[in-house]
Structures are given as structure tokens and as C-alpha cells.
Design a protein around this ligand. Structure first.
Ligand SMILES: Nc1ncnc2c1ncn2[C@@H]1O[C@H](COP(=O)(O)OP(=O)(O)OP(=O)(O)O)[C@@H](O)[C@H]1O
Ligand SMILES: [Mg+2]
Length: 225
């Protein structure tokens, strides 16, 4: 069953002569694990924003779980896809690290006890529980990134899109993230990771989509590196 479908999708930013994403067609299954690679400026983040409905393509169609992505509200997209954008500090808006995790859980109607349990569980993943009363604004870049990742993991989405999730995080936590992604994928969560980070991508068996100048130039399943 196709979960995300792109059909001839192109997108050019306002005022740019060259399109950032050119005529891309892809079919992605709900349980697929995909790494998207490519040089700076090759269109990876633009592709993610198109899938999330944050940008509207000038050409082509994007279907998310059977409906055009443009027909969903932002909240509706969030129910289908969990995501962390390339600049995670843009996603942190609560007054404490705890509330950053709790916010989405409360929105989904979880009880106070469940919220507490899940906040502890997901903040413990990356040793962030001791920082729970801190303002996200005051954290290091790596910590902010880990809070954003924990917040999305806590929602247990059926599909997860992470754009450069390891940019500021240390080797130890990177290994932890890699193991967590592998584990949730085994349990049925689809994953799209956009990354230049060879440490993360190496051994990340699954589909590899390589982009160059806005186009998909390679799309293959890899079993080993
Ligand atoms: N807001 C914007 N306005 C105008 N042009 C943009 C904007 N965002 C991206 N671009 C351009 O679109 C192209 C693709 O950018 P995109 O951010 O998708 O690349 P990327 O593959 O994610 O790069 P990186 O690896 O550096 O994150 C680039 O040429 C970039 O300059
Ligand atoms: Mg990018």
C-alpha cells in the first residue's frame, strides 16, 4: 500500500530561476525505511517540506495516505507524519523541556499520568530528564535537537521524517538514535532520514534515495554499505 506518493512534483522558490525540486515521482510505503542523501542545496529539505504540505508544488501531485496533502490541516498532517525539521529550534516553543514533550501528548488527549510516564520515558532516552525544568531556548544546539526528536518520538507516529537529525549531536547519542530508529522501524514505524552524516547512514539498511540538483538520481534498496 502506497502511503506517500509524489507524481511529477516540481517546486521553485519565489524569485529563483532554477527549481529546487524537479519533476520528482516517488512511491513510499508506510513501513519503509529510507535515507535521503545529496549535497547541500540538492533539494532534500524542500522535498520534505513538500511532503509535509509546508510548501505547495507548482507542478505535480502529492498524496498522503490516499488524500492530497493540500487537503490536510497542519494538525492533520501531524497525525499521519511525525517530523523534525532541519532547524529544530524553530520547532521549540514551550516554556520548559517537559512541556515540549507534554504538549503534543496532551493535545492527543493523554491523561496526566500517561503524559508524565511518556515524558519521563522519552526524555530518559537521551539523558534529558534532569533538564526538564529548563527553558528550551537555553539549551545547547545538540540538546535542542534531542528535545525536538524526543518530542516527536513520544507521539509514536506511524511515519517519521527527520531532516539532518544528527547535525549537532555527539557520537554517543548518535549511536543511541540509530538504535532507536532501527528498533521503532522493526516495530512498524516508517522512517525517512535526510542526512549527510555517513556515521548515521552507514549500516542503515533500506532504501537510499540520492538527490542532485533537485532530481532523484538514484533510488535503490541497499543491504550493506
Ligand atoms: N526559503 C528559500 N528561498 C529561496 N530559495 C531557497 C529557500 N530554501 C531553499 N532554497 C534553495 O533551494 C535549493 C534546495 O535547498 P534545500 O534546502 O532543499 O537543499 P538541501 O538538499 O536540504 O541542502 P542542505 O544539505 O544544505 O540542507 C537550494 O538552491 C536553496 O538555495
Ligand atoms: Mg536541508
Amino acid at each position: 500500500m502506497v502511503f506517500i506518493s509524489l507524481q511529477g512534483v516540481s517546486y521553485a522558490y519565489n524569485g529563483r530561476k532554477e527549481a529546487a525540486v524537479k519533476n520528482i515521482s516517488l512511491s513510499i510505503g508506510q513501513a519503509e525505511k529510507i535515507a535521503i542523501t545529496g549535497l547541500n542545496g540538492s533539494g532534500k529539505s524542500t522535498l520534505a517540506k513538500l511532503i509535509l504540505g509546508l510548501l505547495k508544488p507548482q507542478n505535480g501531485k502529492i498524496i498522503l495516505d490516499g488524500r492530497p496533502v493540500g487537503k490536510y490541516s497542519l494538525v492533520g498532517v501531524g497525525e499521519k507524519l511525525g517530523y523534525v525539521l532541519q532547524n529544530p529550534s524553530q520547532m521549540l516553543f514551550n516554556t520548559s523541556v517537559y512541556n515540549e514533550i507534554a504538549f503534543g501528548l496532551k493535545w492527543r488527549g493523554k491523561s496526566k499520568n500517561e503524559v508524565h510516564y511518556l515524558c519521563k520515558r522519552y526524555l530518559d532516552l537521551f539523558d534529558l530528564w534532569d533538564l526538564r525544568y529548563e527553558m528550551p531556548f537555553n539549551l545547547s544546539d545538540g540538546q535542542k535537537q534531542l528535545v525536538a526528536i524526543s518530542a516527536v518520538l513520544a507521539l509514536q507516529p506511524s511515519y517519521l521524517i527527520l531532516d539532518e537529525p544528527t547535525k549537532s549531536i555527539d557520537t554517543f547519542r548518535k549511536k543511541k538514535l540509530k538504535d532507536i530508529l532501527q528498533e521503532i522501524w522493526r516495530r512498524g514505524t516508517g522512517i525517512m532520514v535526510i542526512s549527510h552524516d555517513t556515521e548515521l547512514i552507514t549500516g542503515f539498511e533500506g532504501r537510499r534515495i540520492h538527490m542532485s540538483k533537485g532530481e532523484v538520481v538514484e533510488d535503490a534498496v541497499r543491504y550493506t554499505d
